[in-house]
Structures are given as structure tokens and as C-alpha cells.
Design a protein around this ligand. Structure first.
Ligand code: G3H
Ligand code: 13P
Ligand code: ZN
Length: 341
């Protein structure tokens, strides 16, 4: 099975009503862990690399690691996605590498920084302009595009807009109609990173209903979806780490969001927690070991366990064989007909 367009993966999920995890990746063990979970649960999967991941891996390594995952797992529909693309230039680089999907995070102007290194939020008009540029380029290559409306906390704390701005459902209509994005990231109260909430969160679930009704053909995306399980935080702290008490997005809240129309569920932090905890534990229990395959191998097992349970909880399980993947040439033709927007 070749690389799969993200639009197709999300359209299929919408038709049946399940969520697909979009897991951030940075190294081989993480990719292997996610694919082992996808194989065992027969789940379609989205592997995503942030700008930071592209820099860390000097781009070409992450590309080949993802392609190795495709080659080793021909029965799994797999999309290669750029997460939080800051501008057209980085989106073009990802497309040149063979990514089947890019996110342009036009809600923030990453190319401008104030004295404290903070980036300004973009107006709706500016967001539409930069997003449309990326859509025009990406669709001409058959590549899917995710845009964002509203701002999340976490990485977007770097914006000078001090409060988290929830997505406006009316703006969503205008944004989707004028840009032609395939997927829209909603700000519904989640944030990136480990420190999301002090108590059980109340997310703006009604907002998903409103946007779903307003833009029925666009995939909806939930960023900041890690659950930050206390077991993972506890292992880190038990073996010398120092993380504060915190809460993430509970699985029932994610399941509720999926029922209301979210199909792409972005997860990075839980993978990081599993990785860090397992390495700390392994080295804490085996102070004499200096073979990195031992502790990186332990991290692979821990990440696999966390991701496998998400594939089951998001109801992605069992859907890998539901459809035959389209090619980017099929998608080029589809977009050329102007059906997308
Ligand atoms: O949404 C952002 C991801 O957590 C990426 O984080 O830029 O540190 O790779 P990163
Ligand atoms: P978490 O920090 O909750 O894992 O969110 C990741 C994310 O949204 C990546 O785009
Ligand atoms: Zn994100």
C-alpha cells in the first residue's frame, strides 16, 4: 500500500465515525512503536513531523524513516503530515520530501517576533491569505492541507495574543470557503504540552457541533489531545524526574469530540512522557548498562503500549483494510476538478 492522502484517511473516518491519531515523531523507535500498534490493531495512521522534528532530523532522515514504515507495513494506510507548518516555504520543503499532507498554521505569524521572541496572532484576513497560498500550491501537487482558526495554548503561548482564542464557527465557514482547506484545526480549549489543566477540563464541545454543521465536508482536527496519564508522569517522577501535577484531555472527552465530528486527533506529549519515563526507569534499574539499544528498546515498548491503547480508544482499530488508497495523482485530478472547495 503506498502513502495515503490524509484527506482520504479522514474522509473514511468521517463516513464511519471514528478518530485517527496523528502522532508526532522524531526518531526510529517512535515510528516503529506506532506502526507496531497500527499493525496489531489494523489501524490507519497519520505520522506527523513538526518544524522542530524536521530540523532535528535534518529532514531527509525523517522522510526515509517514514518511508521505511510504509515499506514495512504495506497493509496500513499511512499519511505523512507536516504539523504546524509556519509558512509556505516550509510547506513546500515538506511536499518536496514526499509528504502527503501539510498543515499551515496561519493563525500565528511565525516569521515575526517581538523583543521577547513572541509571534503576533494573524487577523482572519491574513490567515486566509497565507493558507490559500499553501492550498493552491499543495493541491496542485495532490497534497492535503490542514489550516487553523483560533489559537491554542502551549506552543502557541508564544503568540502575543494573551488569551486562548476559541474558533468562531461563523469565521470557520468563511475560512473554509475562501481557502479550500481539507481539514480545519479547531481551538476548543485544549493546549499543547503536559500542563493543560489543573482539574477535569470542560471543552467547548458545542463548538464542534456548530462548526460541523457549518462546514460539513471539512475534516475537523483536535490539537493538544494528549491525556497526560498520571501513571506516565508518576514513572518519570519516581525515577528522578520533576514534573508538576497536571491533567490532560481525558479519553471520554476525546470520544465525545469524535462523536461530534472530530476525526484527526493530534498526540505528541503522551509519546514523550512514555519515552522519557521508560528510559529513566530502565537506566535507574540498570545503572551498569550503557548499550543504547537497551533503553531505546524499552522506550519503543512503552510508546507502543500507549499508542495501541489510543488506537483502540479512538475506535481506529480494524479499519486499515476498509479502502484502497488513492494516489497523489488521483488527488491532483480531484482538486483540478474543483470539487474540494
Ligand atoms: O504541536 C506541537 C508539537 O507538540 C510539536 O512540538 O515543535 O517540540 O516538535 P515540537
Ligand atoms: P499534545 O501536546 O497534547 O500531545 O498535542 C500535540 C499536538 O497538538 C501536535 O500538533
Ligand atoms: Zn498542534
Amino acid at each position: 500500500m503506498p502513502l495515503t492522502p490524509m484527506k482520504q484517511i479522514l474522509d473514511e473516518a468521517k463516513t464511519i465515525g471514528y478518530g485517527v491519531g496523528a502522532y508526532n515523531v522524531n526518531n526510529m523507535e517512535q515510528i516503529q512503536a506506532i506502526l507496531q500498534a497500527a499493525r496489531e490493531t489494523q489501524s490507519p495512521v497519520i505520522l506527523q513531523a513538526s518544524k522542530g522534528a524536521l530540523e532535528y532530523t535534518s529532514m531527509v532522515y525523517i522522510k526515509h524513516l517514514m518511508l521505511a514504515a510504509v515499506e514495512e507495513n504495506p497493509e496500513i494506510p499511512l499519511a505523512m503530515h507536516l504539523d504546524h507548518g509556519p509558512n509556505l516555504g516550509v510547506c513546500k520543503q515538506a511536499i518536496a520530501l514526499g509528504f502527503t499532507s501539510v498543515m499551515i498554521d496561519g493563525s500565528i505569524d511565525y516569521d515575526v517576533s517581538d523583543k521577547k521572541g513572541k509571534h503576533p496572532a494573524r487577523t482572519l484576513e491574513e490567515n486566509i491569505r497565507v493558507t490559500k497560498e499553501v492550498v493552491d500550491y499543495a493541491h496542485s501537487m495532490g497534497v492535503s492541507v490542514e489550516g487553523e482558526l483560533g489559537t491554542l495554548g502551549g506552543i502557541e503561548d508564544e503568540t502575543v495574543a494573551s488569551e486562548v482564542l476559541l474558533t468562531d464557527p461563523d469565521e470557520a465557514v468563511e475560512f473554509v470557503e475562501r481557502t479550500g482547506v481539507d481539514a480545519l484545526a479547531l481551538a476548543i480549549g485544549t493546549s499543547h504540552g503536559a500542563y493543560k489543566f489543573k482539574h477535569e477540563p470542560t471543552l467547548a464541545m458545542d463548538l464542534i457541533d456548530e462548526v460541523r454543521a457549518n462546514v460539513p465536508n471539512t475534516a475537523l482536527v483536535m490539537h493538544g489531545s494528549s491525556s497526560v496519564p498520571s501513571e506516565l508522569v508518576d514513572v518519570i517522577n519516581q525515577y528522578g524526574g520533576k514534573l508538576d501535577k497536571t491533567m490532560g484531555v481525558p479519553i471520554p472527552a476525546i470520544q465525545e469530540a469524535v462523536k461530534r465530528g472530530i476525526t484527526k486527533i493530534n498526540v505528541d506529549t503522551d509519546g514523550r512522557l512514555a519515552c522519557t519515563g521508560s528510559i529513566r526507569k530502565y537506566l535507574g534499574e540498570h545503572p551498569d548498562v550503557f548499550d543504547q539499544r537497551k533503553y531505546l528498546g524499552a522506550s519503543r515498548v512503552a510508546i507502543y503500549e500507549v499508542i495501541k491503547s489510543k488506537m483502540i480508544d479512538f475506535h481506529t482499530e480494524g479499519h486499515a483494510g476498509d479502502y484502497k488508497p488513492l494516489t497523489l495523482d488521483d488527488m491532483k485530478e480531484f482538486y483540478a476538478q474543483g470539487v474540494a472547495s
